[in-house]
Write a protein that binds this ligand. Sequence first.
Ligand code: ZN
Length: 252
Amino acid sequence: MVELSDKEQLRYSRHLILKEVGFEGQLKLKAAHIVVVGAGGLGSPALLYLAAAGIGELTLLDDDKVELSNLQRQVLYKVNHLGQDKVSAAGKVLVSLNNQIKINTVSAKLTADNAQQMFSGATLVLDCSDNFSTRYVVNRQCLALGIPLVSGAAIASEGQLMCFDFRQSQSPCYGCLFGKQPQQQTLNCSNAGVLSPLLGVIGSMQALLAVNIVLGHHCGGQFIRFDGLSLAQQQFQLTKAPECSECAGKNN
Ligand SMILES: [Zn+2]
């Protein structure tokens, strides 16, 4: 049975006094297992907040090493991490923030072959990756396992946030919004650039949505666009696309 120690009650006291969380909510956060795909610009703030908020188990996946150009936005890493595996450096930082949670690090790329093993038993998945092929693998596996997915993206000055609750039979999916998987990656942060704090906004919103889902708030089918220059935000409610090749026949 999940309980909160005296130390945990002190650590999470600002959650415990909040009616939206409280003791019961904090126990839900402690019982949750969140998988974060990508420990870069979005994954950094998302992981820091999920660890700080007391998510009981975090699994982070990334196959990159820390490079100097990452430090412009990937706030988990410091100069002394240059050349290290991202997940190993991230794991150390997260343990130093909260040693009362379990952190699993996987220095590998998510593929169609390992996705099921990585996601099995997870409460939800955060897609903080930077390429379409990973995004479609994440979408398919979350759909297959019925796990909620919070997907974030940021390029140049525009951020996007999507939430798909695959526990609901009529949930739309990533493919309903973006169509068939593109054959080629067009833009990413390396070739198009990105405004550094924009990743903090979107990654933090991913963590916030994740916490809300664990606490039991509804999130299905939201699509949010955030303009990093005007700070304007638009929110849309997505519906399942009947012609979607990703979820047709698999989710109804
Ligand atoms: Zn779909």
